[in-house]
Design a protein around this ligand. Structure first.
Ligand code: SAH
Length: 230
């Protein structure tokens, strides 16, 4: 028999899970609610998805902190508040078809998969896409389709999308994404220069595109035909 005070790997893992559950709750209470995130479904999803699974082992202790973290290939997993803000702006109620550009770690993808019907996600760096696909399959998500491609071109095969989210900074709104947005659909995308951007929400209404700013932000580059050149 193992004495109670001995830390077995299993006990260690259970203790860690408990810590993370508390860290998730704290993240929602201190980073999201006070900054104005109101959508209960978004808050619940952020309280459910284990962000620690999406970061490398050396950084798990920082997984629930109030900042982005490196995920390799000079890319980052977005700050929790930015994920919540962008997701809330998509106004998801559960039946939507969502296109995501910039899968990265897959964390934002998991939040979307919790809140909408079907997620189509595109990542230009194949190894990141493969890793995110494994992580998300491991968590049991079965409503996500992956593609290693230039997402500034959209994903024509499955258009139109009720919501489109771009998690990398663009020099301007990529025309294919505007074209692939359903009538009444929402596009959320950071646009600006390479050092700072504005988070823009575009709503398509009968051929008109209505733009609203959600505030300043800083993302890695959106690289592609309708983004920055390599
Ligand atoms: N939502 C991700 C953010 C990753 S950072 C997360 O939370 O982990 C942005 C990602 O966009 C990077 O992985 C980068 O490789 C990817 N990216 C940049 N330009 C792209 C393009 N044209 N098409 C698809 N992915 C792109």
């Amino acid at each position: 028999m193992v004495p109670a005070e001995v830390v077995t790997p299993e006990r260690n893992r259970m203790a860690r899970n408990l810590d993370y559950r508390l860290a998730k709750e704290k993240m929602v209470k201190t980073q999201l609610i006070p900054r104005g995130i109101k959508d209960v479904r978004v808050l619940e999803a952020m309280g459910r998805v284990p962000r620690d699974i999406f970061v490398e082992e050396a950084l798990v202790g920082e997984a629930y902190n109030d900042h982005p973290l490196p995920i390799g290939h000079r890319q980052t997993i977005s700050q929790p508040y930015i994920v919540a803000l962008m997701t809330e702006a998509l106004e998801l109620s559960g039946n939507e078809k969502v296109l995501e550009i910039g899968t990265g770690s897959g964390y934002q993808t998991a939040i979307l998969a919790e809140l909408a019907d079907k997620i189509y996600t595109i990542e230009r760096i194949r190894s990141l896409m493969v890793q995110a696909r494994d992580t998300l399959a491991g968590l049991g998500y079965d409503n996500i389709l992956f593609k290693a491609f230039d997402g500034t071109l959209g994903w024509k095969e499955y258009e139109p999308y009720d919501a489109i989210i771009v998690t990398a900074g663009a020099p301007k709104l990529p025309q294919p994404l505007l074209d692939q947005l359903a009538d009444g659909g929402r596009l959320v995308i950071p646009t600006g220069n390479k050092f700072s951007q504005e988070l823009i929400k575009v709503t398509r209404k009968r051929g008109n595109y209505i733009q609203k700013s959600l505030g300043g932000c800083r993302f890695v580059d959106l690289v592609g035909v309708h983004g920055w050149k390599e």
